[in-house]
Design a protein around this ligand. Sequence first.
Ligand code: UDP
Length: 255
Amino acid sequence: MTAYSLGKLLYEGKAKRVHATDQPDLVAVEYKDDATAFNALKKAQLAGKGRLNCQISALLFEALAQAGIPTHYLGLGQGNHAGNWMLARPVRVIPVEVVIRNVAAGSLCKQLPVEPGTPLDPPLLDLYYKDDAYGDPLLTDARLQRLGLVTPDQRRQLEQQARAVNGVLVSLFDSVDLRLVDFKIELGLAADQQMVVADEISPDTCRLWDGAAGDSQDRILDKDRFRQDLGGVVEAYGEVLKRLQGVCPEPRVYG
Ligand code: UDP
């Protein structure tokens, strides 16, 4: 039994499905086991990944809420929705991927002469246009303005919120000996126009390095294991979940 019934499928992405419910102010988010990389050129099914990302996201959303950062998250599913479902406020997602980088890795090192592993202080904030057909290109302020994706005020708020999220997550991960190298978040506007953190925050959207594992590839506990065919993807995500369970508030169950 759930405190809501499912409505139509509103959106299906690469890693999640968002369903309407019988309540206008509630959507149900189902995390899938599908793994994709390189704009979906590489695909696989990883049993258990959906549940792990759902549980990790719930813990991180709880930690953000505790720090006063608003998110779309309302609680985990229960009954036949236990495990890989969470309930959320419906939001209009701003089609801008906000990436914060604390350490150089990934596309940054392919595009600029920056050595992987270089600490970035202050953290670098990059905005990308969220559109697979265009390959999620890097945005400049002028391009952002040209597309009219956000007002100047929302642009400031977006950056402020992303930096606040980074502050919370860096110290949280640090407390469990994980280094938050970089991550992507999406922000959305709720019905009352409040800007909230939406989508997910998980090893699919963060780079996380185990502080105890030296410089070897064993330290990688995120989607780079899938991108680089390192194996042990689900085990790595499981390790992240285990560590976070000790330091985040227990996720609330919806309903
Ligand atoms: N990221 C993401 N979705 C995207 C692009 C990037 O979640 O569509 C995350 C990625 O997992 C990493 C961070 O954002 O933690 C920075 O990614 P980068 O720009 O280095 O891109 P990559 O080369 O990893 O695709």
